[in-house]
Design a protein around this ligand. Sequence first.
Ligand code: ADP
Ligand code: MG
Length: 696
Amino acid sequence: MYQLDDSVLLIKGIGTNLQESLSEFRIDQVLDLLLFLPLRYEDRSDIKTIAEIKSLSVEDATITKSEENQKVKTNFATTKAKVSKWTEYRKGRLLIGRATIVDETDQINCVWFNNKFLKNKIIVGQEYFFSGNLKDGSLMQATVEKVADGSENIHTGRLVPIYSKLGDLKQGNLRRILAEIISKLYKSADLEQVFRDLHFPSSIDKIITARERLSLEEILYLMQKSAQNRAEHQKKAALYSLEESAKNTNLELPFSLTQAQEKAVAEIFTDLSKKAPMNRLLVGDVGSGKTIVAAIPACDFVRNGQNVCLIVPTKILAKQHFDNLSNIFKEIDFELISSDNKKTKAKSEKETKKTATFYIGTHSLLNKIKDINPSLVIYDEQQRFGVKHRQLEEYLDQRKKQPHLLSMTATPIPRSLMLSIFSHLDLSYLDQMPNSRKMATTWLVPKEKEKKALEWLVKELLSQNEAGKEDRKKQAIIICPFINPSSYKATENVAAVKESLDSIKKELKIIYQNLNVDKKNQLKIEALHSKLEKTKQAKIIEDVYAQKIQILVSTPMVEVGVDLPNADIIIIQSAERFGLSSLHQLRGRVGRKGQESYCLLFNSKSDEMINERLHKFCQEKNGLKLAQLDLENRGAGDILGYKQSGLNDLHFASWTNVEIINQARDQFKKNPDQKSFLQKYLEKMNLLETVDSATN
Ligand code: ADP
Ligand code: MG
């Protein structure tokens, strides 16, 4: 019998080699492996005769069940047949395998490329399941599975889970190992069923129900955690309280605050004047101007001799806040902390640092929090409400007096819902946009017009450059999604960015030829991703700000609050992979100065449902309504997982699933002390992720 917290080494079929390679993927315990969820499922449940397969036209074969569930790939046919002929030959560097397979109805050819293992697997005269795509009358790259004798078939004849790569571990072996664990799981029968439905579902509905269970547990964990944090935080006194007379009343801001901003600032000031430490969440759509709301009281702290820490998810964002804020609040000492400059700063630290400072940095800032001893800690783009980084928790535990805490988030959760879940949090809402801000005009670009759209983009960018009258040039961002976020190895994502960059460059070359653009006028284009050398990353960002780069190709990392004030156009590739809320966040990256801006959606897969969803997005400019639409699309959106876009901070749940959130709240009310079985797992993942993002 296996326990959820058993080491994977105890599992039959896992030795030390495999254990080591799994641990690279942060899979150490049985539960980690069980929560390594399929990327998608292939429908091999519908076994067809060869005659039936042959009668499928290509179009038939690609009418998918994706309306129901986009993760089930169904342009796919499975048949059970005998091999009557097998040959293998080379064509240049290509190894081609060919088999003729027969059943009682007909025969068909199967073709494989570069699969050197097949010749050992396929035995002429034996019967197998073949699952592959029908193309030009042949089954292409089919998976070959032996017909199992008696025991439950986990590889075919059903919805078969397909996982992202786990080192050298083969899909088949992974499935076998998972089946072994699930069959001998020492835990309630109910959990066993959840895992069975996640990995070996008997229907799509079962997958949805099981994923909902994980969502519920995650929300439950968040509620418990934030309630607990809150209780502990408020037991202690604040390190420092701001008196009315300590406020700077003649602030000179480059703009006047919106009413919503004024109100939020006032709410924060009220908290800060109390003896109990603040624990407030500031919620506002992208571009609603949260930064300044936090910075105004923070700067009053610094003026009064108190240190402040602003913790942000990425280095890019840290730099950006540093530049913007030090520009607005010229009399305040700001310091940008990054793990790179640890050494250089440490040297000077002893001599200087008498004046209060506004520190800005990623989570690596927490390494220094003891020395800094801040009276106010601000978390930007915090999505796990009230759940703090463990390092900060430990720090707070040791303190007799507490710093004030302010978290900011753009997650679009309606106020009423927020209050009903996290009734113990104090909330400030920015439900109003600065006047100057217009949302980007959005178009869904059909596949055949993508080239035209790129040409339009080039013309737009070039026309500005040539005019040369205005002091600013136009810029564009092209977003390519993470390919495989469930893999912690970033290489695949990097490959995606590089591939996008290459193909865009190719297109641009053709466009330049057509438009007769000579070399010196061509646009500068660069790709940004987390595995670039740090200095290279910094250089690219610097060049983007200095407008030396006109087109930036990036993973969705720009989503997390980065302000590229000059960017006018954003192209989002594979837009169907993103939830509408995530698309909205991305769209909010352009037109930040109030200039006319555009968002172009490219679609790598299109069916009616997807198109309809994206069309709605083009028309709807309100973040909350989009969140609602995400909710209505639950079946598709949730399983497809925002995780796939790399944007959602939650592991299993989604903030748009109100039903689940309400269920969790009811359970929490009934039994506030009940521990989620995901607790340890989520704590570990949260910790690891914050470490990751700090090194990004
Ligand atoms: P977010 O809420 O997404 O974090 P930011 O704080 O980054 O938004 O603000 C977005 C942009 O809007 C920034 O360039 C900021 O200077 C500007 N801004 C903020 N408040 C106002 C305002 N009241 N009027 C005009 N511009 C504003
Ligand atoms: Mg922000």
